[in-house]
Design a protein around this ligand. Structure first.
Ligand code: FE
Length: 213
């Protein structure tokens, strides 16, 4: 399994070499516009928002704040939605957020076994593998095997808890703060927080391996 299937192909204006899914999306969009159900400008704005503004960098800010502010962390675990909103983050799909904390004893992993429910306001659009039947089925049956596929090896003593998202409740993982980050600013810490770390299929980066903005 590879874990980065992010394709942005805007080079095919003629539609002749669209994938079947792209062709279906285009046909559906045309129909919705034609019937007057959606406005193309509104769709464009929505797509642009998720491509440029909403993404895992927002969840990373929440995690970094929780790592540096114990009172914030407590509020986050107690009642995530308003605590996330304190940072100006929220919206559709994030109305009922639950944050689960990783510890040396428990590692949390998020899935939607039914479809692809995902905490959009903090993580943006889900990766392709999150929506794939293989991940959705196997995350529950063999979470440790899934983690191995993602290159995550946990001690045998660490229990793995899998959280099944629903349309109502969306989960985000609060990963453990990496060692060697004492004195790091929130911004520096946020750069260590990957999307997968907040889904629970990955761990935060080590200092020196930051995500480039
Ligand atoms: Fe779902």
């Amino acid at each position: 399994m590879t874990h980065d299937h992010h394709h942005h192909d805007h080079d095919h204006p003629h539609g002749s070499d669209l994938t079947p899914v792209e062709a279906r999306v285009r046909a559906l969009e045309s129909l919705l516009v034609e019937k007057g159900y959606v406005q193309p400008a509104a769709l464009d704005a929505l797509v642009e928002m998720y491509e440029t503004k909403v993404g895992p960098h927002l969840g990373a800010r929440v995690v970094a704040r929780a790592w540096t502010d114990p009172a914030y962390r407590d509020r986050l675990l107690e009642d995530a939605t308003p605590t996330i909103a304190e940072l100006g983050i929220g919206g559709r799909g994030g109305e009922h957020m639950v944050v689960v904390e990783n510890t040396p004893e428990v590692h949390n992993m998020v899935v939607c076994t039914l479809c692809s429910c995902y905490p959009w306001p903090v993580l943006g659009l889900p990766p392709v593998w999150y929506k794939a039947p293989a991940y959705r089925a196997r995350a529950v049956i063999d979470p440790r095997g899934v983690l191995t596929d993602f290159g995550v090896g946990l001690p045998e003593t660490t229990r793995i808890t899998v959280w099944d998202s629903t349309a109502e409740t969306r989960f985000m993982v609060l990963p453990m703060r990496p060692a060697g980050t004492e004195g790091f600013s929130e911004e520096a810490l946020a750069a260590l927080v990957t999307r997968d770390a907040m889904i629970g299929t990955g761990l935060p980066l080590s200092p020196g391996a930051e995500i480039q903005p």
